[in-house]
Design a protein around this ligand. Structure first.
Ligand SMILES: O=C(O)CCC(=O)C(=O)O
Ligand SMILES: [Fe+2]
Length: 225
């Protein structure tokens, strides 16, 4: 998205499609070619939502919480968006990134990586670590809203995508996002004297994302108490 005149662009082309709620789908933007695309994407969306549910229940249980504790925060009409990323070969990979460092604004992101070309890296202890390719495996990462709900236990990792001069790369990211009308906050069971509440109650969180991203800031900083 180009929101500012002098914005630094990422080396990527993207297609965003809203997958859920179904009545929000804008089918005119859904490719008709190949013919199986729409049906396959519909199935992928449904399976991704199921995976999101299973993972959130297990995440809650792993912290000794009621299994629906995180899932209940999604509200009536959770949003699922699919982001199709295309990174063309880049003549100057040391000067520009495919995606600049950021953390996702979702609760969970389910990523299908390119089967052959690496590019995704995560930041840990001030060092970038490559995410290896495991063909057909899904890579799942916690986003800012998982960090908020878990009062900082599940960290929303900072990541970036590097480009290369030789080969194009593709990936599909599915972002699982609560209803924008629903308030998100740290689970009560995760707050006590030894672990004080770290985050405010937020609403419509992903709406804040672009503004922070363009300023090179982390959105979650705005949610800290
Ligand atoms: O292309 C990738 O591997 C990841 C892209 C990403 O981080 C994003 O779309 O938020
Ligand atoms: Fe991301």
């Amino acid at each position: 998205m180009v929101l500012l005149e002098h914005q630094i662009l990422d080396w990527t082309d993207r297609l965003y499609l809203t997958l859920n709620p179904e009545d929000q789908r804008q089918l005119r933007f859904w490719p008709e070619n190949p013919q199986t695309f729409r049906e396959m994407l519909d199935e992928f969306a449904r399976n991704s939502q199921q995976l999101n549910e299973i993972l959130l229940k297990e995440m809650a249980r792993s912290l000794g919480l009621d299994e629906n504790c995180f899932l209940d925060q999604y509200g009536e009409r959770p949003l699922v968006t699919g982001k199709f990323n295309y990174y063309p070969p880049c003549p100057m990979p040391d000067k520009i990134l495919g995606v600049r460092p950021h953390a996702d604004g979702s609760v969970l992101t389910i990523l299908l990586q390119d089967k052959e070309v690496e590019g995704l890296q995560f930041l840990k202890d001030n060092q970038w670590f490559r995410v290896p390719i495991i063909p057909d495996a899904l890579f799942v990462n916690a986003g800012d809203q998982a960090e908020i709900m878990s009062n900082g236990i599940f960290k929303s990792g900072v990541h970036r995508v590097v480009t290369n001069t030789e080969r194009e790369r593709i990936s599909i990211a599915i972002f699982c996002i609560p209803d924008s009308e629903k308030e998100i906050k740290p689970a009560d069971g995760l707050i006590d004297e030894t672990r004080p509440r770290l985050y405010k109650t937020v609403k419509g969180y992903v709406g804040l994302f672009s503004e922070y991203y363009l300023q090179g800031k982390r959105t979650i900083e705005g949610a800290l108490i």
